[in-house]
Design a protein around this ligand. Structure first.
Ligand code: GLN
Length: 185
């Protein structure tokens, strides 16, 4: 199993560590030529505006969009979720737009930078969720809601795409990555 992890900016290394510990082969995606023979894709947290710009500058954007639209299993976290969303309520940008949800960037305010909350995730159970300047999902559209925190949607699945507002790669619990790998195989 060969998983491509977008590595132009952000928290890619932590995903790589978790996935490698589960036996997956990981490729850091830094240029167009890295996107070969992938069985799965991870879009990590970071800064969506920076990632979006770098993807265009590096000419990786269209190829990645094609892979996601073509059904490549994709796990997105935080900034990655923003890149997938069809609509960003407080930003005019739309990036891949392959996930039919509306997100709000920095939705918990800039003051409340980070927090942690244990909540139920469909098909997983209670999970310690770490939020870092996180978005939440204002409207899940046709996507399946997997988790909510204080009535706000923080995890969805739509076809091949999982979108998480929190960081499952931090905190030493690999159940979400395991579930992702089961979508891949
Ligand atoms: N605030 C970031 C953004 O809007 C996301 C933060 C994160 O990925 N941890 O892109």
């Amino acid at each position: 199993m060969r998983i491509g992890i977008l590595a132009v900016q952000g928290a890619f290394w932590e995903h790589k560590k978790v996935l490698e510990s589960l036996g997956a082969e990981c490729v850091e995606l830094r240029q167009k030529k890295d996107m070969k023979d992938l069985d799965g894709l991870v879009l990590p947290g970071g800064e969506s505006t920076v990632q979006g710009k770098l993807l265009r500058d590096l000419d990786m954007f269209e190829e990645l969009k094609k892979l996601i639209k073509g059904g490549l299993p994709t796990l997105s976290t935080c900034a990655g979720l923003i890149l997938l969303a069809k609509e960003i309520s407080n930003d005019q940008n739309v990036y891949f737009g392959t996930l039919p949800v509306k997100v709000k960037r920095n939705a918990y305010g800039r003051q409340l930078g980070s927090f942690s909350k244990r909540e139920y995730v469909q098909g997983i159970g209670d999970f310690e969720m770490k939020f870092i300047r996180a978005p939440y999902i204002e409207d899940a559209g046709e996507a399946e809601v997997l988790a909510k925190v204080d009535d706000k949607i923080v995890a969805v699945r739509y076809e091949n795409q999982i979108g998480l507002a929190f960081h499952p790669e931090l905190g030493g619990d690999d159940r979400i990555h395991r579930r992702f790998l089961s979508m891949v195989s």
